[in-house]
Design a protein around this ligand. Sequence first.
Ligand SMILES: [Mg+2]
Ligand SMILES: [Zn+2]
Length: 214
Amino acid sequence: MLTTSFLNSRQISNETIRPFNKSSFSYGAPIFLENTINSHHGDADSASHLALKAVFLDRDGILNYDREDYVKSPEEFEALPQIGGPLRRIRENEFLIVIVTNQSAIGRGLTTHELVREIHDKMRKELEKQGASVDAIYYCPHTPEDHCDCRKPQPGLILRATKELGINLKESWLIGDKESDVEAARRAGCRAIIVPANDDGLEIGVRKILANEV
Ligand SMILES: [Mg+2]
Ligand SMILES: [Zn+2]
């Protein structure tokens, strides 16, 4: 059972970068984790009894305005209005909030890991202003040509979070704005809701999840 102290623990921001199953990537590319929860690692087998449920969120189009030319810098990151309320309701219902986001602009040479971390610092501040926060951020820096295991629709980001945070996928959801988000969730084994981008999709998604909870 998820304890309140766990939910409220704010060990911000031990953002770490860890190698991820290097052998599965052509050039040993890591998966990137920015983790703010007091993570209690279980392996996949021991995770099931922890039964933490999560809402996985796509980032661009769900939490901030997506851009045709990618969000490449903090200046280009613009949080959507009124995301604080739905994020708080997710938390109040004892879900972890985990961002899973494709950031191929890194692999394309349009931005860098450092800038992405700065973007996420800005995002956390914006969320804080709206009275909300997220527990962890996982992003894929690869391009489609890298054929990695983590770029959605591949399920790698979700599976990595599931293993590291002790998430029960059957109790979990994903909210995204693309078919690739839904497909990643399907492959990982959690439910998904597709919503309009750059609008009140988060609110719509959260309402659907909580309607299903009761
Ligand atoms: Mg999106
Ligand atoms: Zn990847």
